[in-house]
Design a protein around this ligand. Structure first.
Ligand SMILES: [Zn+2]
Length: 258
């Protein structure tokens, strides 16, 4: 029993120290200096599958970009209608983006009959590529950020979004666009909250070629406010997820070579 209490105490202390480290880092934005290659890319397209993906997974990245006056466009490829709440969730996404300092007019939500939210719903990669390409053209996009091939949670819609972006790269050879994917971590890291900052920093140090970037969340309260805008989804287990998830505190992006 004593060793169990010791381990729990150790985790608690590490958690608190990590959280303080992130708060300190968030006061010194220059600590994200490794992100220099991203600074040259001003028109950024964040491609997600469902309303709330931006707040659950990408807020450290969004906060970094909006704080530096990047023009962030959000493309959400479904209205999240799996439970019949699509119209409510659309409005919630607009509100969450405003909380994240992304103006409503920079948010596009697609409601296509072949791109409906749900496990087992297969999304056509060429269709996704066409929709993403339209956004790129109309907003002069020079950087895309999206899920990696596991999509953080393994949701098939997240994974299809990744392959849609891949399809676009394959079809059109968009050499002048940088594409970055959000790195999915194992379950221990995923639920290690702020503690993951240490592993993230070590991992990024081992990849000094500029293909890995990490962002510490500079505005954690803003992230929490954004998630709370998704009132239809803001149930106890999502509150727990947002608190425990390392994606609330830090994002690691990997450049897709193409
Ligand atoms: Zn999702």
């Amino acid at each position: 029993m004593a060793w169990l209490v010791m381990i729990a105490s150790l985790i608690l202390v590490t958690w608190i120290v990590s959280l303080f480290t992130i708060l300190i880092l968030s006061f010194f934005p220059f600590t994200n200096h490794r992100a220099a290659p991203l600074r040259k890319r001003n028109n950024v397209l964040l491609v997600i599958a469902h309303p709330d993906d931006e707040s659950m997974f990408f807020t450290p990245t969004i906060n970094f970009l909006t704080s530096r006056r990047h023009n962030v466009q959000v493309l959400c490829l479904s209205i999240g209608d799996a439970d019949g709440k699509g119209n409510i969730r659309k409005k919630e996404l607009f509100q969450a983006c405003v909380a994240l300092k992304v103006p409503m007019q920079q948010v596009k939500i697609v409601n296509h009959p072949d791109l409906q939210d749900g496990f087992g719903k297969v999304w056509n990669h060429s269709l996704l590529a066409n929709i993403i390409e339209e956004q790129i053209t109309s907003h002069c996009i020079n950087m895309i950020i999206t899920f990696d091939n596991y999509g953080v949670s393994g949701h098939c819609n997240h994974r299809d979004v990744h392959y849609g972006v891949r399809q676009l790269l394959y079809d059109t050879l968009q050499k002048d666009i940088d594409v970055w994917e959000l790195v999915s971590t194992n379950i221990l890291r995923k639920y290690s909250g702020p503690i993951d900052i240490w592993l993230t920093m070590i991992w990024a140090m081992l990849h000094s070629s500029g293909t890995i970037q990490y962002f510490v969340n500079e505005h954690p309260r803003r992230s929490y406010r954004a998630m709370a805008q998704h009132a239809s989804q803001w149930v106890w287990f999502r509150k727990l997820f947002v608190t425990l998830s390392s994606y609330t505190y830090v994002n690691t992006l990997r450049k897709i070579q193409h």
